[in-house]
Design a protein around this ligand. Structure first.
Ligand SMILES: [Zn+2]
Length: 414
């Protein structure tokens, strides 16, 4: 047994990782909601340490949790979010036109969840193939007519799927690239499954926004990588894919949608690619110094929230939280918040109601519980939805309640 741990290596390029972006200490898995009959170790804590690679500039967290522990019990169904379903419909319209998809095409989606996206291709008679390791979500997808294989996607499964279903004209991968531990194996799966002139699209939160707006609460164990266009192009090049276009989206606090083809295909680069490359270069995305100082900004947010909660307690004010989201759990646990500080959290997703948030052990209820509690402050945890959520919960003003967000700084909303 070596008495010193082996050096950590970048999950993309293999270079040694020596630079810290932020160390968030030990926290439980962000999606390990606790139900009545769960064992006490359900929300066991693991180190949450984000580092940046000095060679390919992939930001990543240490790989400490087996993927089976994370994905097979994932209580999130995409169809619970109306705005996400509408986003998926627009994507299906755009991709069908742009790639001239027909009933002879095959559209695949990796991490197809409950079929929220592929259903829009099914309704156009375009054959689909969903790929998702989550058993419940795959079952829900099949129930709405979306053919789905229960698999972890990678080089081997892609080869097998191609033999079984043929090559894909389009493969969509929304909010999954950041969630895979072996990013090279995952990306090379696209090279295997795509047809010669096929296109793959990837959506992921843009690291640029995480850094600029101190969105440190999007860091959690299930989210292995934090992606810039720069790091993605480095990884794709190594695995036979080439980015030819990029769109900037408003989802998840600012995301990129990257369009990629096989390396040898003579597709022209589009203006979107040039624009985002220039934006990242101006920001210094490929410069180590850009990543220094992030920890100080994160600590300032922690101080802001802790001071606010201490003051509220001194004034005998009640605080509730809205949205039992993964990002909320990172914030609450990093700030050591408990049910002593925040009485309850509410969430629309029935799968999360009547659970306890991991770590903080704050009880989760349906949003109707706000009427009984009459909180003085409602902390909106998914700050990316703050307008939508404050509009939906305007009734807290009846008893003088106010909305607050903690990121990028503690703010009482007007
Ligand atoms: Zn690297």
């Amino acid at each position: 047994m070596p008495d010193t741990p082996s050096p950590l290596l970048c999950r993309s390029c293999g270079a040694p990782l020596t630079r810290t972006l932020v160390d968030l200490g030990k926290t439980p898995l962000a999606n390990s909601y606790i139900r009545k009959d769960d064992a006490p170790e359900r929300d066991a804590q693991y180190p949450l340490h984000a580092r940046v690679c000095d060679t390919c500039f992939l930001v990543q967290v240490d790989d400490v949790v087996p993927p089976e522990a994370i994905f097979r019990d994932y209580a999130y169904f995409s169809s619970f979010s109306d705005s996400w379903v509408a986003h998926a419909k627009r994507y299906a319209d755009e991709a069908t036109d742009r790639l001239s998809l027909t009933p002879d095409s095959l559209v695949a989606e990796v991490a197809s969840n409950d079929g929220y996206l592929l259903q829009h291709f099914v309704s156009r008679q375009i054959p689909v193939l969903g790929i998702d390791p989550a058993l419940d979500a795959a079952e829900a997808a099949r129930a709405r007519g979306v053919r789905t294989e229960t698999e972890f996607f990678g080089r081997d499964s892609a080869t097998k799927l191609r033999e079984q279903y043929g090559p894909a004209s389009l493969i969509a991968a929304n909010n999954v690239l950041a969630h895979v531990p072996d990013i090279n194996d995952f990306v090379s799966g696209f090279t295997r499954l795509l047809s010669e002139d096929g296109v793959a699209t990837f959506e992921f939160p843009h690291l640029l926004n995480l850094l600029q707006q101190v969105q440190f609460d999007t860091i959690y164990h299930e989210h292995f990588s934090y992606l810039s266009l720069y790091a993605v192009e480095e990884c794709f090049r190594r695995n036979g894919l080439r980015v030819f276009d990029v769109e900037e989206l408003l989802t998840h606090g600012g995301s990129l949608r990257v369009w990629a083809c096989l390396e040898g295909h003579p597709r022209e680069d589009e203006a979107g690619l040039t624009a985002v490359r220039a934006k990242e270069e101006a920001f210094g995305m490929a410069s180590s110094a850009t990543y220094d100082g992030f920890t100080t900004k994160v600590e300032a947010i922690r101080t802001g929230l802790i001071d606010f909660l201490r003051q509220a307690k001194a004034e005998h004010k009640t605080v509730a939280a809205y949205g039992a989201a993964a990002k909320g759990n990172t914030l609450l646990n990093y700030c050591s918040v408990t049910s002593d500080d925040i009485a309850l959290a509410v969430d629309l997703n029935p799968a999360k109601q009547d659970t306890l948030l991991p770590g903080s052990r704050i009880p989760v209820k349906a949003p109707t519980a706000l009427k009984d509690l009459r909180p003085d402050y409602l902390l909106i945890l998914p700050w990316n939805l703050k307008d939508e959520i404050s509009a939906q919960t305007q009734h807290i003003k009846e008893w003088g309640g106010q909305h607050i967000v903690a990121i990028p700084s503690l703010t009482v909303l007007p």
